[in-house]
Design a binder for this molecule. Structure first.
Ligand code: PGA
Length: 256
């Protein structure tokens, strides 16, 4: 069985560098014992340096929650993917539903994906429908998000792409539900099918497809085992050290 990846998306939390260090401390303790699980912590970019300087083990990586479409230039307020990379981050989330809601179009996401790959980051491309439709027409949304995000991505760098399937209806405090392992598996197979049309069967089978949306210590195992998820993208539960630690331990058990 392959190694699992657990990604913490802290969103716009916490408020201070001190709290960020406190939130990170238990993750750091647990990570030193892991042999099969990789943790990616995505704090607000402003806290990356303080956490990276406390980086403890080779199992923890850092990521940005977003990065701009350009690598350099006069863009007030933006964080470039090169800045993330040169600050010690290895990953970046692109196309998170909250970024899409804030105005990131498919075209912007495509530019961000390509810029982040140019900067040498591993890119977690987030896709997911607003509504699960019984006739399967939500698959069209997933397909068009994927095709748009990956348009023009050279095959030789696709090895640095990960996909996070996050149905919007399952994300955040206003979630109306959570996917099932079987539901996730279906979408993940569909995602691999699309990717195989773009990059071939081998890369489609190799790309990690993560599940995100209301992941909890209780449902994590189902997604990782039955759903065969390559990992989990965790929002709220990553802000609860007890919950996040339990999810990491579950991932470690499922990776063996
Ligand atoms: P949630 O968020 O775990 O709080 O639903 C997931 C995400 O937005 O990535």
């Amino acid at each position: 069985m392959s190694h699992k990846i657990v990604v913490a998306n802290w969103k716009m939390n916490p408020e201070s560098p001190r709290e960020a260090r406190e939130l990170f401390a238990p993750i750091k303790r647990l990570a030193s014992k892991l042999t099969h699980t990789q943790i990616v912590v995505c704090p607000p970019a402003i806290f990356l340096p303080v956490l990276i300087s406390a980086r403890p083990t080779s199992n923890i990586f850092f990521g940005g929650q977003d990065a701009f479409t350009e690598v350099v230039g006069a863009y007030t307020g933006q964080v470039s993917p090169a800045m993330l990379k040169k600050s010690g981050a290895e990953y970046v989330l692109i196309g998170h539903s909250e970024r899409r809601a804030a105005g990131d179009t498919d075209e912007i996401i495509n530019h961000k994906v390509k810029a982040a790959l140019r900067a040498g980051l591993q890119v977690i491309v987030c896709v997911g429908e607003r509504e699960r439709l019984p006739d399967g027409s939500h698959l069209k949304i997933i397909e068009s998000q994927l095709l748009a995000a990956l348009q023009g991505v050279p095959k030789k760098v696709f090895g640095r792409v990960l996909i996070a399937y996050e149905p919007v209806w399952a994300i955040g405090a206003q979630a109306t539900g959570v996917d099932t392992p079987a539901g996730f598996l279906e979408q993940a197979i569909f995602i691999r099918k699309i990717i195989s049309t773009l990059f071939g069967y081998k890369l489609a089978m190799a790309v990690p497809v993560l599940y995100g949306g209301s992941v909890t210590p209780e449902n994590a195992e189902g997604f990782l085992r039955e759903g065969n998820a390559g990992g989990l993208l965790v929002g709220r539960a990553s802000l609860r050290p007890d919950h996040f630690s339990a999810i990491i331990s579950t991932a470690e058990a499922c990776s063996h």
